[in-house]
Design a protein around this ligand. Structure first.
Ligand code: C5P
Length: 214
């Protein structure tokens, strides 16, 4: 299994970045739960302050571009890709080589350009692994989650409310797949990660049975 976790950091100048409040806890819990279930796990991680779960191979990255490159290098080897990272949607177009000074300017604006969508890239590969996405929404969870699953063309999406999940040890997750909506309920991120891994294993077993019948 290949898992992405944490935020990404997009540099503005040598000392400043654009980032977000993702702690990485959910992605690390998913990596740990997958490893406990017997998977060989590679974790591509943005900058976080968390220990590497036992048995997990961790690759540290900083920017979305670096995360995409690390994922591209590992993806051919994996059966399941779980994108938990809160990837920055935008990066700074012309990052300054030197620290930007405060000064005469009355205002300041940053020119932004879109980052690659890592999950969409992997889901679009010819021999794509089984892809799982995460959605952190601030409102209309089910509606946004269903739309996101279809847009990204992925079999499974885990949705949570951003304001509940960010930085917390607990979460409340609902899964969305072809069969509909599956609330996992509230619990620690590790408990929910274990339920997610069990759900993925069930879906993979179902796929295998369907292939055997065909
Ligand atoms: O479109 P949105 O960012 O809300 O989608 C969230 C899902 O897509 C998460 O699974 C996240 O890890 C993944 N994603 C990604 N690369 C991006 C943006 C999101 O892999 N640039």
């Amino acid at each position: 299994m290949l898992v992405t976790a944490g935020p990404t950091e997009e540099p503005i100048d040598p000392v400043r970045v654009i980032t977000n409040a993702s702690s990485g806890k959910m992605g690390y819990a998913v990596a740990r739960a997958a490893c406990e279930a017997g998977a060989r796990v590679t974790l591509v991680s943005g900058p976080v302050a968390l220990p590497t779960p036992a048995g997990v191979e961790r690759i540290d990255v900083r920017t979305a571009d670096e995360m995409l490159e690390a994922v591209k290098r590992s993806v051919a080897d994996c059966d399941v890709f779980i994108a938990v990272a809160a990837v920055a949607d935008y990066k700074v177009k012309n990052r300054a080589a030197q620290k930007i000074k405060k000064g005469a300017a009355t205002g300041m604006s940053l020119d932004l350009t879109e980052n690659p969508d890592i999950l969409a890239h992997v889901a679009g590969l010819k021999d794509a692994p089984f892809c799982v996405g995460f959605a952190a929404e601030s409102e209309r969870l089910a509606e946004n989650a269903r739309a996101k699953r279809e847009k990204k063309r992925i079999p499974l999406l885990a949705a949570n409310l951003a304001q509940q999940a960010l930085g917390a040890d607990d979460n409340d997750i609902t899964l969305f797949d072809d069969r509909g909506e599956h609330p996992l309920g509230r619990g620690s991120k590790l408990q929910l990660a274990r339920k997610l891994v069990t759900h993925i294993a069930g879906m993979l077993a179902g796929e295998k049975r369907a292939r055997a019948k065909a």
